[in-house]
Ligand binder design. Structure first.
Ligand SMILES: Nc1nc2c(ncn2[C@@H]2O[C@H](COP(=O)(O)OP(=O)(O)OP(=O)(O)O)[C@@H](O)[C@H]2O)c(=O)[nH]1
Ligand SMILES: [Mg+2]
Length: 452
């Protein structure tokens, strides 16, 4: 996939009925394919009404064709865009006819993400921007759309490139001093190397904070509702979702399987998982459900441990604490506040008091959820980020911290100082795709859908 130069074709619009469906072809030279399709050469960037016919001369569709001449196209190659009527069967026929006529030119169906991959390989966009295209298409909230659009415009890449440039300048200084060992110590003072390093560090930290927020905005969080049977977990899910997603009854052990529902709070996707109440049971089906509750708890980003005034402390909280991932916070919530008059008694335990029945305390609960997962609220200039970006930033931070130690040692550590700067720079470069191993590139683009 990485190196093929053949022309590719795919449906660029979603499958299903629509007013218009777009078929897109990209390749090193599409003139001869266009000639076979329409017996005519198209002027670049001009919408032209065309008729596509089958082998018997029967009309398949009347369509608008636009030819983009390389390198002024999305992929950087010649691109032919066919805006057809949006019928699924019709579009299949259009694709089939194009493949027939493009056979001699090697026209093949595109692999997932191959159009964007070509745009990347032809330097039309960098890797972070390519990822932003996929994120823009997947965005579930207005905030996510804006974040992805900003990354696609290059806001994130610009920050990364600026940082790389600053590190490069610092490296140039260090490398040039390495040839004159007697000047090493003065170098650190004279060239303000330490100050410049501190500035790099600050900037990196702020990029990391932004990327952390960006990752929450992109991926959201897995919120697991856990607790004893009958405390109101399913009622809370229904209340948060605003509809009756899960079955609620007064019978303990109602929920058997996990029930999932996604909501957004302040544009942050929250994937809620309601689980079977935790207790020891001889019922085989319920026991299986409880096993699944524990599986969900082990994968959570945040666990709400729900209790009610009737439930007694049987060490369940401690058991959950043992199972949750190291970074996963646990939020204690007491439900059924409408049943207790002396609500202040319970709040003294620093738990949040709610009523899934009346909705009391729900706003405070939502605020607390966002706070506990580290969401700082809507930020100006927010971007969307991925785990991959965060990992690269974290690795870069580690190397900058180490380079700082070598700078503090002064004497004879300059080479190591330079080496750590080099490594930090490498990790940053991986975000925009410079110095990225081929297999990783293949992995990233294969997650795109076909036609993107
Ligand atoms: N008064 C009052 N009753 C509630 C509240 N929340 C839930 N209930 C009731 O408590 C009972 C159990 O609610 P569920 O939501 O099914 O409880 P659960 O934790 O999902 O129970 P399991 O699925 O068995 O683990 C039902 O009769 C609900 O109507 C509340 O805030 N106030
Ligand atoms: Mg339930």
């Amino acid at each position: 996939m990485m190196t093929r130069k053949l022309p590719i074709i795919a449906l660029a619009t979603a499958p299903g009925k629509a007013g218009v469906g777009v078929v897109r072809i990209s390749g090193p030279n599409l003139k001869s394919i266009t000639n076979s399709l329409f017996q005519k050469e198209l002027s670049p960037r001009q919408a032209t009404l065309m008729t596509l016919r089958d082998a018997d001369g029967q009309t398949i569709d009347q369509l608008i064709a636009i030819y983009f001449l390389a390198p002024s196209s999305f992929t950087g190659e010649d691109v032919l865009e066919l805006q057809c009527h949006g019928g699924p069967r019709l579009l299949e026929l259009v694709m089939k006819r194009c493949l027939e006529l493009g056979k001699d030119n090697g026209l093949v169906i595109a692999e997932p993400g191959e159009f964007t991959l070509r745009a990347y390989l032809n330097n039309k966009i960098d890797l972070a921007q390519a990822e932003a295209i996929a994120d823009l298409i997947d965005a579930q909230s207005e905030a996510a759309v804006r974040g992805a659009a900003r990354s696609l415009q290059g806001a994130f890449s610009e920050d990364i490139n600026e940082l790389i440039e600053e590190i490069t300048q610092l490296r140039i200084l260090v490398e040039s001093t390495l040839d004159f060992p007697e000047e090493e110590i003065e170098f650190l003072e004279n060239a303000l190397a330490r100050e410049r390093l501190a500035a790099v560090k600050t900037k990196l930290e702020s990029l990391r904070d932004g990327a952390k927020q960006g990752k929450i905005l992109r991926d959201g969080i897995q919120l697991v509702l856990a607790g004893a049977p009958n405390v109101g977990k399913s009622s809370l899910l229904n209340r948060l979702a605003g509809e009756e997603v899960a079955i609620v009854t007064p019978i303990a052990g109602t929920t058997r399987d996990r029930v999932k529902e996604s909501i957004t709070i302040e544009g942050v996707p929250i994937h809620i998982i309601d689980t079977a109440g935790l207790r020891s049971t001889s019922d085989t089906v319920e026991a299986k459900g409880i096993e699944r509750s524990w599986e969900a708890i082990r994968l959570a980003d945040l666990v709400i441990f729900l209790t009610d005034p009737q439930s007694f402390d049987d060490g369940l909280r401690e058991q959950i604490l043992l199972e949750i991932p190291a970074k996963c916070p646990i939020l204690e919530v007491i439900n059924k506040s409408d049943l207790t008059k002396a609500s202040s008694e319970n709040t003294s335990k620093e738990a949040i008091l709610i009523s899934a029945k009346t909705g009391a305390g729900l706003d405070a609960l939502k605020r607390e959820i966002l706070e506990m997962v580290g969401w700082n609220g809507p930020q100006e200039g927010a971007i969307l980020a991925r785990r991959r970006h965060l990992d690269c930033l974290e690795r870069a931070s580690e190397h900058i911290a180490r380079s700082e130690q070598f700078a503090a040692n002064g004497n004879n550590s300059l080479e190591l100082f330079a080496e750590e700067l080099f490594l930090a720079q490498n990790h940053l470069g991986q975000i925009t795709g410079k110095l990225l191993p081929d297999d990783l590139l293949g992995k990233i683009f294969s997650q795109f859908c076909i036609g993107k």
